[in-house]
Design a protein around this ligand. Structure first.
Ligand code: TYD
Length: 135
């Protein structure tokens, strides 16, 4: 299984609902950066890369999208359509996000600052790196 989920506890009362995400408590890393993807045009695929070291957790806090995961040996596609569950993306997993609903807001928590050098943006380079690391 490439997809690793964390289920969030939903708190709240008659006023409404709240979910809290705490570093090293309900997610297993320190958060150094957060960003969110929204107003994505129809038919767009985003991501299309892997990271050497970065760990990330994606939560679709509104709407829905799909995420494909590929570790060089196995592929999997998952639907993110709830704000009560996060999806971990490990390092060295090629990921693409697609089929964004028009109201989709995809929140991403990451354990590192934005670093261009941590990206692998070429799929063949990614596959070669996977082969090298399994030797
Ligand atoms: P990009 O990595 O292409 O997005 P995606 O992989 O989701 O398709 O990022 C889009 C732009 O935003 C690009 O100019 C880089 C910039 N960016 C930052 O400045 N900081 C960040 O944390 C991220 C994720 C992107």
């Amino acid at each position: 299984m490439l997809a690793r989920y964390v289920e969030f506890q939903v708190k709240g009362d008659e006023l409404g609902w709240l979910i809290s995400i705490e570093a090293q408590k309900n997610i297993p890393f320190e958060i150094k950066r957060t960003y969110y993807i929204f107003d994505t045009r129809e038919g767009v695929r985003r991501g299309k890369h892997a990271h050497h070291k970065l760990q990330q957790l994606m939560v679709c806090i509104a709407g829905s999208c799909k995420v494909s995961l590929d570790d060089g040996a196995h592929c999997e596609a998952v639907l993110l359509d709830t704000n009560t569950r996060g999806l971990f993306i490990d390092p060295m997993v090629w990921h693409e996000m697609y089929e964004f609903s028009s109201d989709c807001v995809l929140l991403v928590l990451a354990d590192g600052w934005y670093d261009v050098a941590d990206y692998i943006r070429d799929y063949d380079t990614f596959l070669a790196a996977c082969k090298n690391s399994s030797r």
